[in-house]
Design a protein. Structure first.
Lengths: 591, 690
């Protein structure tokens, strides 16, 4: 390192905490539930070339998005960037993610030169389009999904772009909320500007630039050092999305090949399904973020978030596939594909480093949107993302009731929800026998039951892992499939994993998340752990016998040691393994 | 008036006795986990002899304790049951789903305090307005109680959905519990925290139930120890919010005292600010494993509405919550980072220097302690630089092996980076300081306050050594190191006032707020506060009582607190309130919405507080010890090595002299950097102007 290592370490701490401070600002000043509770936003400091220097740690799925979007914006404007300019965009086919994600960039100037860009991305509650929430999974082209904003100036030399503001105001369902959230993004950029100017004042323009670059080099070295410790090899993994909601029942293939050589890794998505009609097509940066999320998880906990990391891990995503959709692909609900790509890369990594990787988690969040108009013609949009559990790990059970690695989202408060939205929650609880059995059990899912209390609304659900269950590893069983159900306390009508429908006053609906996969042979699980799970109703007495081979006696609940040994021997003989299956999917996997 | 302050930490028990003439007597001794009161009794006997004060002449006893937080962190609370609305028993375990770390497959949630089998459901349901949708089925209550009794729980928490809007069902469950399971301790969420948001309310209520038996028996034992020595005056405890409460209340509401020790330090800083006419101060409390910061603005310590117990250190952003147990009670807004004297200095795999979050702790401790530590720590770097001297720590009771410290810094840090050992040590300290700065920024700039407008009150064993570095880095001009900084929390107890805050959710658009409803809620809160103040020995007439409103723009999730000029929300008062909220929003976040943006009232609160006939201000102890041998100390590449004078606090004069200078005390070392002016003020504080 040519620069003094200590000065650089101090600088790293300062600029990273500045990006975090931007994130705190958005969290505290934003309006909408998606931002405040679900933290579907990110903040960053980028260098004048648009490279990511430091990112506020909020949503893993945004990791690679800011530099890609900023570089696209800079391609549009070149040197036509001036003090007082604020740039914005959301176009997925010009560097963006999906339309609700609006990027705001503020150039930071010193003596007439750009020294940094403050960068923010927020998922806005609604950006227009045919379905409230602009999140529909059943749109078939981008033009149905809402307002598409190419790189534009929201402010030009300090002046509001009134044309753009007016256009936004007329094309979104909740303009007050959108403007409020934009203000939060602008506030974060101001915080960044003050912080960067302070750092430049301390170190000087040249040293600031040199240290930003050195920071990226350090991250690259760190990433390469960690990669070098992993075994070399080339592994592939395949997983399936149930369908795109348009071609119902037609599975969509995800296929990744990881090639790890020395201190570099290549992730190639060639072999992944062509882009689909439904709105689950990724753009490149999202595929890159999904890949890096899994790879970073097996490297080091302290890995930074910047461009240096990206240099050591190359991601190939062929255009025209669900990994990298092209116009006019719909992509509003591409979150689903991103989550599942994380699972797919984890699956490949498990083949490379079995002792470091968990079984499949619940496959990421289910998106539920209820939107419409009250009698007084006031709009309402309720957006909920549910996720719930982790796959079992090579050393411990999966976590029950926890955010997915790809999106550290919080759940809504039921009480706040019921005061603000025309919805009642009738139950919000864990489901027995949902977690995949294993030496270590997969995390258990939860379910939520809704009753709608306005006259009419559009209910839109995007879920998956209904026919293709979260896989178990090294003898572990898959998690339980997800479920959607109409009238859960009456006729209990099964519903598909993705649908859009009209819902009326008093109607009820249930979503149950999939359970996560188990790790290792369930017949070797400590019977005391099975007993504990039964006592806590995570596992039923019947499943204890059929899945784990543990026979329990009632009052008080206890293990029948002899019967358990016998049962395990019977089950072992019946399943007829000769070698432990590395991956288990349950039935109906693939085509 | 002889006032006694007792502060128990995990490692040390600190006692401060302040006599009527303002003289302070201090004692630090090892804590006795298992029976914390034992160390107190032992220390008290010694301190009374030392001070020449009879036990019967003690007029006031104040206490800060780590007993509650330890019970949570070590999982040693009561066997607790939980009763919830049917369909919602997993609220406690699902939490907010949020985790504190990304990309970490080894992360685990903190163990849930009530396992699922002990979370029992009752049939009932209220809507968001508190209307009964499903009446309480008493048979289901009896069944739940019977199960919990059979499971031999010691305490039960009750938290039903929307109970903040209607407490009838929870109260009925308490009545049935009194009949069905007499003697069982019951914590109702409507009593602990009558506020909206079921997870936070459930978690807080469960922690209260979980702590009650532990804290109650601890306090009973402590009172017994005091009484056995003839001390019969009532015992008061420091709350996390920085006010004192009666011991009997602490036994009922132990959630209030979880962060009592750290809060006492901030209250000490607050008293220092008031006494010395400094309005705005940042407290900086640095010990062996952590550094904590809090903001004092306009003579008030900043408050947080919620905290996480055992969440680990602040890694980066405070957004990454979920690492600990959520406690939604008022508390001083403390930010904590894992950078203390024991923090380990290491190089990552790309050769970049890092400090912490791992700590060598008390055992084995830094390499210089010679107790088996092998990895260099921040303290070892201080030894290398000559900041800590050959006399050792704690008045020489802990010897320092400078050669060992130097060898560790050299082999682990300096050699691999190809720099001199002092450059490595100084650089590592700069990295540690960068981490400490994050704690200060978290309570200042992240709250819209510029740290440069504040003075820094530095205390804790290491505050005086690193405070000046932190300050100069942040552009803070003045550092104040109070007397006996290593026992500052115990002294801070003596500066506390009695204080209570009660709140209740009344969620409505401000323009639609019903004046009669608001007045009724406030009247109820006033009564609660008056009762608690009386119990703590303060006549309500002598208290300053302030009604407050918690407001936000409709759709936001964070409220700001605004004082209410009146209990009567007339249209005029509402307009004034909306405007005051807008002003506060702008002050905190730098922007406000237009006047047509709807403002929402979320909760009403009443804060009551007042001083109890207390204690004399501490006088300056001025014992000149005479100069000690000077020593070589290093102050970075610019200033290099200096032969530095070493003094005792009593030797520092009222007229300023210029650093470098080292001030050695029994419990701390102050390092005055080159060029800084240092003096001792009338209160005995060391004041460093940078």
């Amino acid at each position: 390192m040519s620069l003094d290592a200590f000065t650089l370490a101090v600088f790293r701490s300062a600029i990273t905490s500045l990006a975090d401070e931007m994130a705190v600002t958005i969290h505290r000043t934003s309006y909408s539930g998606v931002l405040k509770d679900i933290m579907d936003y990110s903040t960053a400091i980028c260098d004048p070339q648009g490279r990511l220097v430091a990112q506020g740690l909020t949503l893993a799925g945004h990791l690679c998005s800011l530099p890609v979007a900023l570089k696209a914006t800079l391609r549009r404007f070149g040197n036509d960037v001036h003090p007082g300019d604020i740039l914005c965009m959301n176009d997925p086919f010009d560097g963006g993610m999906h339309l609700p994600d609006i990027f705001i960039f503020q150039p930071i100037f010193v003596d007439g030169q750009v020294v940094s860009f403050a960068a923010t991305i927020c998922h806005h509650t609604d950006v227009g389009g045919r379905v409230p929430g602009s999140n529909a999974s059943d749109s078939t082209e981008i033009y149905q999904e809402g307002l598409r904003i190419p790189p534009l100036k929201l402010f030009e030399r300090g002046q509001r772009n009134e044309t753009l503001f007016a256009l936004l105001d007329r094309n979104v369902r909740l303009p007050v909320r959108l403007m409020g959230d934009l203000r939060a993004q602008l506030a974060a950029c101001r915080i960044a500007e003050a912080g960067v100017l302070e750092l430049v004042a301390r170190y000087g323009v040249d040293a600031f630039a040199a240290m930003s670059a050195a920071l990226l080099d350090h991250s690259e070295h760190l990433t390469r050092a960690c990669l070098a410790e992993l075994p070399d090899g080339k592994v592939s993994f395949e997983d399936w999305i149930d369908d795109d909601g348009i071609d119902a029942g037609k599975p969509i293939r995800l296929f990744v090949t990881l090639e790890k050589r020395g201190d570099r890794m290549l992730a190639d998505w060639t072999g992944t399904s062509p882009q689909v009609k439904g709105a689950i097509n990724n753009t490149y940066s999202y595929t890159q973020a999904a890949t890096l999320t899994a790879v970073k998880s097996v490297l080091s906990v302290n890995m930074p978030n910047n461009d240096g990391v990206f240099r050591a891990i190359e991601v190939i995503a062929p255009p025209g596939t669900v990994a990298n959709g092209v116009l006019p692909a719909a992509c509003a609900a591409r979150g689903l594909t991103g989550f599942r790509m994380v699972d797919c890369v984890f699956g490949a990594l498990a083949m490379l480093v079995p002792d470091k990787v968990f079984a499949a988690s619940d496959g990421g969040n289910t998106g539920i949107t209820i939107g419409g108009w009250t009698k007084q013609r006031k709009p309402f949009v309720y957006v909920d993302f549910m996720s719930g559990s982790w796959g079992a790990r090579p050393w411990a059970d999966g976590i029950d009731g926890n955010a997915n690695m790809f999106a550290n989202m919080a759940t809504h408060s039921v009480e706040v929800l019921e005061t603000e939205q025309p919805v009642e929650i009738l139950a919000f609880e864990f489901v027995t026998d949902g977690g995949g059995p294993g030496l270590y059990r997969g995390g258990v899912p939860y379910r939520r039951d809704y009753r709608f209390t306005e006259d009419e609304a559009v209910l839109q659900v995007r879920s998956d892992r209904h026919t293709h269950r979260p896989y178990g590893l090294w003898g572990g069983s898959p998690g339980a499939p997800s479920q959607n159900m109409g009238d859960p306390y009456g006729a209990a009508r099964p519903l598909p994993s993705k649908f859009t429908t009209t819902i009326r006053r008093g109607e009820m609906f249930r979503h149950q998340l999939p359970g996560s996969g188990g790790w290792g042979d369930p017949l070797t699980r400590d019977p005391a752990a099975v007993l504990r799970d039964v006592r806590n109703e995570f596992v039923s007495i019947a499943a204890a016998a059929s899945e784990y081979g543990v026979i329990l006696l009632p009052s008080p609940l206890r293990i029948d040691v002899e019967a358990t040994e016998q049962q395990r021997a019977t089950l072992r003989a019946a399943r007829g393994w000769t070698t432990v299956p590395p991956v288990q999917w349950g039935t109906e996997h693939g085509q | 008036m002889n006032a006694l302050g007792i502060d128990i930490g995990g490692t040390f028990t600190d006692l401060v006795l302040r006599t009527a003439d303002g003289q302070a007597h201090r004692l630090k001794l090892p804590s006795t986990p298992g029976d914390y009161a034992a160390a107190i009794g032992d220390g008290l006997d010694r301190l009374l002899v030392q001070a020449g004060v009879a036990a019967s002449d003690i007029s006031d006893v104040r206490h800060g304790t780590t007993v509650a937080s330890n019970a949570i962190l070590e999982g040693k609370g009561a066997r607790t049951g939980l009763i919830t609305t049917r369909g919602f028993r997993d609220i406690l375990e699902i939490r907010t789903l949020r985790m504190p770390r990304l990309y970490d497959l080894a992360w685990d949630k903190p163990k849930v305090l009530v396992e699922r089998a002990l979370r029992r459901e009752v049939t009932e349901r209220l809507d968001a307005r508190g209307n009964v949708v499903i009446p309480l089925d008493e048979h289901s209550v009896i069944a739940a109680l019977d199960t919990l009794v059979a499971e031999q729980v010691d305490a039960v928490a009750v938290c039903l959905l929307h109970s903040y809007a209607n407490d009838a069902h929870e109260r009925r469950i308490a009545e049935l519990a009194a009949i069905r399971a007499p003697g069982l301790r019951v914590s109702l969420s409507t009593e602990v925290l009558p506020e909206i948001r079921e997870y936070e309310r459930t978690s807080t209520t469960v922690i209260n139930a979980y702590l009650q038996p532990v804290v109650a028996s601890y306090l009973a034992r402590l009172e017994q120890v005091l009484r056995a020595r003839g001390i019969t005056v009532p015992l008061r405890l420091m709350q996390s919010a920085g006010g004192l409460m009666a011991a009997v209340q602490a036994a009922q509401r132990p959630v209030e005292i979880v962060e009592s020790g750290p809060a006492a330090g901030v209250i000490g800083a607050l008293a220092l600010a008031r006494r010395d006419g400094v309005a705005d101060l940042i407290s900086f409390d640095m010990g062996g494993t952590t550094a904590k910061a809090a903001l004092i603005l306009g003579g008030e310590a900043s408050q947080a509405a919620e905290m996480q117990v055992g969440g680990g250190m602040l890694g980066g952003s405070r957004l990454l919550t979920g690492g600990g147990y959520t406690l939604r009670v008022p508390a001083i807004d403390l930010a904590e980072v894992g950078a203390g004297g024991g923090s380990i200095v290491w190089l990552d795999r790309a050769g970049a220097p890092q400090v912490g979050p791992h700590s060598a702790g008390a055992v084995p401790g830094p390499v210089a302690y010679g107790a088996g530590g092998t990895e260099p720590t921040v303290t070892d770097c201080s030894v290398v630089l000559g900041w800590l001297g050959p006399a050792g720590l704690a008045g020489g009771t802990v010897a320092l092996d400078a050669a060992a410290a130097r060898a560790a810094v050299e082999s682990r840090i300096a050699k691999p980076l190809a720099v001199s050992v002092e450059v490595a040590a100084y650089g590592a300290i700069a990295v540690a300081v960068a981490t400490m700065i994050r704690a200060i920024r978290a309570v200042s700039s992240e709250r819209g306050r510029d740290p440069r407008h504040f003075a820094l009150a530095a205390f804790g064993g290491n505050g005086g050594m690193f405070g000046p570095l932190v300050a100069s880095r942040l552009g803070i001009a003045r550092v104040i190191v109070p007397q006996a900084p290593g026992l500052f929390s115990a002294a801070g107890l003596l500066d506390g006032v009695v204080q209570h805050l009660a709140s209740r959710t009344y969620k409505v658009l401000l323009t639609e707020a019903d004046a009669a409803t608001a007045a009724a809620v406030l009247a109820g809160l006033r009564q609660t506060v008056a009762e608690r103040l009386t119990e703590a020995g303060l006549h309500p007439d002598a208290a300053e009582v302030q009604p407050q409103a918690r407001l936000r723009y409709h759709g936001q999730s964070f409220e700001l607190t605004v004082n209410l000029p009146t209990d009567h929300l007339t249209p005029d008062a509402i307009a004034g309130l909306a405007d005051a909220f807008g002003a506060e929003h702008e002050r905190t976040y730098g922007h406000r919405a237009g006047a047509d943006e709807p403002v929402e009232l979320v909760s009403l609160a009443v804060l009551g507080r007042g001083a109890v006939p207390g204690t004399a201000a501490e006088t300056a102890a001025r014992t000149a010890a005479g100069p000690r041998p000077p020593r070589a100390a290093y102050f970075g590449p610019v200033h290099g090595w200096h032969n530095v004078q070493v003094l005792g606090r009593g030797d520092v004069a009222a007229t300023a002299r210029t650093g470098p200078l080292i001030i050695e005390e029994y419990d701390a070392t102050i390092v005055v950097p080159p060029g800084a002016a240092v003096r001792c003020d009338a209160s005995g504080n060391v004041v460093i102007d940078l």
